[in-house]
Write a protein that binds this ligand. Structure first.
Ligand SMILES: N[C@@H](CCC(=O)N[C@@H](CS)C(=O)NCC(=O)O)C(=O)O
Length: 212
């Protein structure tokens, strides 16, 4: 297969798929999407045809297969340096990588209690561990915006991979009506109204499948 192909799950539910899709859109490069609905009898075999882990997302670039959301984004940052997907200064880039890695490997309580479900609107009980995750996310967003806010609406001024990694959380806060603070609310609004995000949300809303 030539060119870039991103294999994703349902756009309504697959938070891991959303992240590299946003980053690919930010490159401006053309790409093909293969969408595989999750949680169906044929899902395992269909994903297995592309992914050694049986999970999405997967990026294919010619003969190359990359099967992890963060590895895909790092590859895209190297392949498309003009897209400036990470901040240019080493110290700022290190911070951006740290908050991105924190999302990639953390926030398990939040993920479990408030799964991405873009179409849903529902109030949920927020318990201690989930509340702690939310507090930490607000802390990250407030700290980043306090330092970089004068350079643009994003965590590090310019849109970066870090913003793509926090986009699914923005949808969760809207889905479950989570009250934040003015800085975090403004960031959620910026994240959800960005053009590429609107496109993803519209596609998620049009999907026929329901899980759970
Ligand atoms: N660490 C992986 C996580 C990927 C992941 O958990 N993907 C889920 C969907 S969001 C999946 O493919 N699950 C397989 C299934 O539900 O059959 C990444 O960052 O790409």
């Amino acid at each position: 297969m030539s060119g870039l192909t991103l294999v994703i799950g349902n756009m309504n539910y697959s938070s891991w798929s959303l992240r590299p899709w946003l980053v690919l859109k930010a490159t401006g490069a053309p790409f093909t999407v293969i969408r595989i609905p999750l949680d169906r009898p044929e899902t395992k075999a269909r994903i297995g045809a592309h992914s050694p882990t049986g999970k999405v997302p997967v990026l294919k670039d010619g003969a190359l297969t990359i099967w992890d959301s963060l590895a895909i984004c790092e590859y895209l940052a190297e392949k498309f340096p003009a897209a400036r997907l990470w901040p240019e200064t080493a110290a700022v880039r290190a911070m951006a990588r740290a908050v991105t890695a924190e999302m990639h490997s953390g926030f398990a309580a939040l993920r479990q209690a408030l799964p991405m479900d873009i179409r849903r609107r529902e109030r949920r009980e927020i318990d201690g561990a989930v509340a702690a995750d939310i507090t930490r996310i607000r802390e990250i967003w407030n700290a980043c915006r306090a330092v970089h806010g004068q350079n643009g609406p994003w965590l590090f001024g310019r849109y970066s991979i870090a913003d793509a990694f926090y986009a699914p959380v923005a949808t969760r806060f809207r889905t479950y009506g989570v009250g934040l603070d003015p800085v975090s609310d403004a960031y959620v609004e910026a994240s959800l109204t960005r053009e590429a995000m609107r496109e993803w949300i519209a596609a998620a809303e049009a999907e026929p499948e329901t899980i759970g």
